[in-house]
Design a protein around this ligand. Structure first.
Ligand code: DAH
Length: 341
């Protein structure tokens, strides 16, 4: 039996030394030391030994089982360390390899000017209103008090969708005034930026699609002084506190009285230069007191309420602000141009 244990020991130790996978090692443990294992089987035969032999063989068997347990644990530690090394090697990350650069976008120059203007209006308590680009003629012209024969209604100037001239691409942001007054009660204080469309040939200062910002204030007791105060505040925040403004009489169907507002040329400060074409002044926007007919058309009593409105060209504003000489550059999406701002 002694020899049997020695053979078993050599066989087991050789097998353990050779094994190269954790599962195979576990299988060896079961094979030799498990309940039905080979060492256990030898121990079970000890009943057949004489009482003199038993302690010596028992001790040998215990030593063998301890030795094998140790050998298996040592081999397991070895294998685990080996596998960890292999895994760390495979998962190694080289942080010095150059990465793939991501292109970072930029705000469009038009959006920059728009955000600046909106910031100022919001600071003055305005909220932003929106209206559709496909409009009813009724909102774009009729309710805004445009006479039947007004030149802007002409098919040569306006994109209509139907023979009856009922639907069109809005020619101005002013129809948003109608939509706001029909859906909100005064006090009203809104600005509405957006695209507008006219049948213009493309050149350095014209495009069939361009952008306006509309403004509307309606409340009790609103006067021309409120209009001037608001627009002066806007212009001074945009172009500097010392900027002079000039209000010239004008005509718009939807306002009475109407005016055009100029600001002192911010380049030459009024002396006359190429920017202002020698005038010293730059035309900025149209404005006026909302015509009583318009208030009435939108369900607001002109005896109780009054208001002012204004409309300005965002593209023109952007061109002046960033010294852009050709409107087409703003819409052509040439990154070499757009990246400058
Ligand atoms: N809608 C006018 C245009 O496109 C601009 C304008 C002028 C808007 C006077 C207004 C205003 O609200 O009061 O030329």
């Amino acid at each position: 039996m002694k020899e049997q244990l020695t053979v078993l020991k050599n066989e087991a130790l050789a097998a353990i030394a050779e094994v190269s996978a954790l599962q195979a090692l576990e299988d060896l443990r079961v094979r030799f030391l498990g309940k039905k294992g080979e060492v256990t089987a030898v121990l079970k035969q000890m009943g057949g030994l004489s009482p003199e032999e038993r302690p010596a063989i028992g001790q040998l068997a215990n030593e063998l089982s301890e030795k094998l347990t140790e050998a298996i644990a040592a081999r397991r530690a070895e294998l685990e360390a080996l596998f960890l090394d292999v895994r760390l090697g495979a998962e190694k990350l080289d942080v010095t390899i150059p990465g793939t650069a991501r292109e970072v976008g930029k705000q469009h120059v038009l959006k920059k000017t728009l955000d600046e203007a909106m910031e100022i209006f919001i600071g003055m308590g305005f909220t932003i209103a929106e209206g559709p680009e496909v409009e009813l003629s009724a909102n774009n012209f009729d309710k805004l008090n445009a006479p039947e024969a007004h030149p802007s209604r002409d098919w040569g100037d306006t994109f209509y969708f139907d023979q009856d001239s009922q639907y069109l691409l809005r020619t101005q942001t002013s129809p948003v005034q109608v939509r706001v007054m029909e859906s909100q009660k005064p006090p009203i204080r809104v600005v509405s930026p957006g695209r507008v469309y006219r049948k213009d040939e493309v050149d350095a200062t014209h495009s069939p699609m361009f952008h306006q910002i509309e403004g509307l204030v309606v409340d009790k007791g609103i006067t021309m002084a409120d209009l001037k105060g608001t627009l002066n505040a806007l212009i001074q925040q945009l172009y500097g506190a010392e900027t002079q403004t000039r209000f010239r009489p004008h005509h718009f169907p939807f306002t009475e009285p109407s005016c055009e507002v100029d600001c002192q040329c911010f380049k030459c400060r009024g002396a006359g230069c190429a920017m202002c074409k020698g005038e010293g002044w730059i035309e900025l926007l149209g404005a006026g007191m909302v015509h009583p007919n318009v208030l009435r058309n939108c369900g607001i009593d002109p005896d109780e309420y009054s208001g002012f409105a204004f409309g300005m060209g965002l593209d023109r504003m952007t061109m002046m602000r960033y010294n852009i000489s050709d409107l087409r550059l703003i819409f052509e999406n040439d990154l070499r141009f757009l990246r400058q701002f």
